[in-house]
Design a protein around this ligand. Structure first.
Ligand SMILES: [Zn+2]
Length: 263
């Protein structure tokens, strides 16, 4: 069974040690000092490195340093099971659409403060049936993530993976979920797969902002004397399709991006 784990942050850190099968890791973020307290798989020596790379090498799993969007979502193509451990609704909606469309079972995990949730999506309802697009809810940036809750959530998710691999998914003690007749995804409308996305995203629990598109990677690489598939330049991590900027707020991030990368 091939498992794709998306998100190597706090939840991912607590799910990953339970996985022993063919695992592929995907994460878009960089290890920061502030992560070390809640993400026990990282050490001070990992600061500044890509999370997926650090954990992939540590556990001997294959990995991709990537932000999932309507193109890179095909990284999930040969998954038998996807475990979602990200911290944002947009990626969850995208994963949901891809997995529903391609009939790939997936597990959603979510945690805010002491409240955690694990939900499997593999049947006649989907994630979008339950969660609609709302903004302004508590996120981990504003209320934090409780470490004990993250550990418990990791255990529950890992149990579900075990059940799934033994063909016992139907036996779990799950809350019954009904299909929402108004759900666009269940009616075959995939807005996120068709490219709906936010242009700037702030990463949970970090001081980084992500910008996507609107720059030519090769030009920027030459100008900033970078090398490789992605490179670091001062407060910037420059990838082929996106840039991470360290900044105090969105205004400062935009200013830095415009000055150094250009628009
Ligand atoms: Zn649905």
């Amino acid at each position: 069974m091939k498992i794709v784990l998306v998100g190597c942050g706090t939840t991912g850190n607590h799910v990953l040690p339970h996985l022993h099968e063919d695992v592929f890791l995907i994460d878009r973020d960089i290890v920061e000092r502030v992560n070390l307290e809640r993400q026990p798989l990282f050490s001070p020596a990992d600061i500044g490195k890509a999370k997926a790379e650090v954990l992939g090498k540590k556990f001997g799993f294959s990995y991709a340093v990537a932000d999932l969007d309507c193109e890179s979502i095909s990284l999930l193509a040969d998954a038998d099971l996807v475990i979602e451990c990200t911290d944002n609704l947009e990626t969850r909606f995208l994963i949901n659409e891809y997995c529903v469309k391609n009939k790939i079972p997936w597990i959603y995990t979510g945690i805010v403060g002491k409240r955690g949730r694990v939900m499997k999506v593999d049947g006649d309802y989907c994630f979008r049936c339950v969660f609609s697009e709302v903004k302004g809810l508590d996120t981990c940036s504003t209320v934090g993530v409780d470490l004990a809750a993250a550990q418990e959530l990791g255990n529950i998710a890992a149990e579900e993976v075990q059940r799934k691999s033994r063909g016992l998914w139907a036996n779990g003690s799950w809350v019954k979920i009904k299909r929402n007749e108004d759900c666009p995804v269940c009616h075959g409308r995939y807005a996120y797969l068709e490219g709906k996305k936010e242009k700037i995203v702030k990463f949970c629990g970090s001081s980084r902002y992500q910008f996507k598109g609107n720059f030519n990677f090769e030009d920027v690489k030459e100008r900033l004397h970078g090398s490789g598939e992605w490179f670091v330049h001062k407060d910037f991590y420059v990838f082929k399709d996106r840039v991470l900027v360290k900044a105090e707020n969105e205004k400062e991030a935009k200013k830095k991006f415009t000055e150094v990368i250009g628009m």
